[in-house]
Design a protein around this ligand. Structure first.
Ligand code: SF4
Length: 295
């Protein structure tokens, strides 16, 4: 049996391997970095009968993989605190996989306050009702509500939800109890500046991921038709050093969307999203900006 977990859960793997060995299993631990179910360690799986991937739900139908969730509880006082700030009679509810088990209780709290909670049905990449990923905000879009509550940590998902839906978003953190309303316009200003900066680049490296659930080669092929200065680059891990060594003055990312949005500060040159490259090439207007998602 091969075991794989994201960075935050890796430290639990030795104990798990120990317990499994006592149950009679031979265990291989995948030690490479892992950020999601898009990033299955197939080499470890091929050395075992099955890969047990911890902490995520499937994003595709890769065989011989068992997905084990790792639920994280939290304090739902944050939901009682956000209710007085809601204006409408319906509110969309979304969360990440760690907190998905809390969503029915959140819905009950909202319903008890006389507001209709709306939780969208699953999508192929997000198999739990109300689940969002950093690369899929379908569950938010499908609520069709003007206000959306995101239960979880950080502002990346709430900003993505706001860009994908244009709804008013409340980011409710069940660990810290903080409530924030993200400002997607600030991100748009930064992205506009990056497009401007990349305007005169003499070449573009189109990043194509070799990871199972991040490979968008058809999109990369399409992007290459937009400019004769574009070249495809196949990469597993995308690091600042690798991009520096490759030497392109601008990159376009078709791998995990978070790379361009979250990690731009780590890169010394612009790393654009596919939509931003379309804007740079003049086939799309900035007013029709779309957040990058993997469908
Ligand atoms: S592509 Fe990125 S956001 Fe999507 S599941 Fe993978 S790591 Fe998460």
């Amino acid at each position: 049996m091969a075991l794989q977990a994201p960075e935050g859960l890796k430290r639990f793997l030795p104990r798990l391997a120990h317990d499994l060995r006592h149950l009679g299993y031979e265990v291989i631990i995948s030690g490479d970095p892992c950020y999601g179910a898009c990033d299955l360690d197939l080499r470890a799986r091929d050395r075992a009968d099955v890969l047990v991937h911890i902490g995520h739900t499937p994003v595709d139908n890769t065989k011989q993989v068992i997905y084990e969730l790792w639920p994280v509880d939290g304090d739902l006082t944050v939901i009682s605190d956000v209710i007085p700030r809601l204006n409408g009679r319906r509110v969309g509810l979304v969360t990440t996989i760690q907190h998905i088990h809390l969503l029915p209780r959140v819905a009950e709290l909202i319903r008890n306050a006389g507001i209709e909670p709306v939780i969208a049905e699953p999508s192929p990449r997000t198999p739990c009702p109300g689940q969002v990923l950093g690369c899929s905000f379908n569950a938010a879009r499908k609520t069709g509500t003007d206000e959306i509550i995101f239960l979880g940590t950080g502002l990346f998902h709430p900003i993505g939800i706001q860009l994908a839906t244009r709804a008013r978003v409340f980011a409710c953190d069940p660990i810290t109890g903080r409530i924030e309303e993200p400002d997607a316009d600030r991100l748009l200003r930064v992205r506009f500046g990056l497009i401007q900066k990349a305007q005169n680049a003499e070449s573009f490296g189109i990043i194509v991921s070799s990871k199972t659930g991040q490979c968008r080669s058809e999109l990369a092929d399409y992007l290459c038709t937009l400019s004769d200065k574009a070249y495809r680059i196949m990469l597993g891990e995308v690091s600042p050093d690798q991009l520096l060594n490759l030497g392109f003055p601008c990159y376009v990312n078709t791998a995990c969307p978070r790379l361009a949005y979250d990690d731009q500060v780590r890169f010394s040159v612009p790393v654009l999203t596919p939509c931003e490259f379309e804007i740079l090439c003049g086939v799309r207007k900035f007013e029709t900006y779309e957040v990058d998602e993997i469908s």
